[in-house]
Design a protein around this ligand. Structure first.
Ligand SMILES: [Fe+2]
Length: 133
């Protein structure tokens, strides 16, 4: 049973960004499944690798779109993307010295906050900006 269902509570209104946010929901569900099935470092590293790949693609794509549309909040938005990447890197770097289940719980709560704050507030602001020009 997935932790999250893709639903209307995530900002739609932009096909490309909406599709990428859907991939993040899948990555969160993947991490959650791994926590149920295995708490091995290897499984968690795979989930982290997936999240980093996602972040590299999605953030550069979103920032390019913001630049192209002249979104005035781009420079305020960028540090959050940096923080996401740093957080995933820090977890990968320390994972072998920490308890994998505790790390997985920390990452999961970071991602849930990310969905609630960053995606539903900051990314939505950009989508609204594009749609109301
Ligand atoms: Fe963003």
């Amino acid at each position: 049973m997935p932790l999250l269902q893709w639903n209307q509570s995530l900002p739609l209104g932009h096909v490309e960004i909406g599709g990428q946010h859907r991939l993040l929901v899948e990555a969160i569900n993947d991490l959650h499944d791994r926590m149920q099935e295995e708490t091995e470092h290897q499984g968690l590293l795979k989930a982290l690798h997936g999240l980093k790949t996602y972040a590299n693609y999605h953030f550069s794509n979103a920032e390019r779109l913001m630049l192209r549309h002249g979104f005035p909040e781009l420079e305020n938005h960028r540090p959050a993307h940096m923080e996401f990447r740093e957080r995933m890197d820090a977890c990968s770097a320390t994972i072998h010295h920490s308890d994998s289940h505790t790390t997985a719980v920390e990452i999961l709560s970071f991602l849930m906050r990310w969905l609630a704050r960053h995606i539903q507030r900051d990314d939505k602001a950009f989508i609204d900006f594009v749609n109301h020009r």
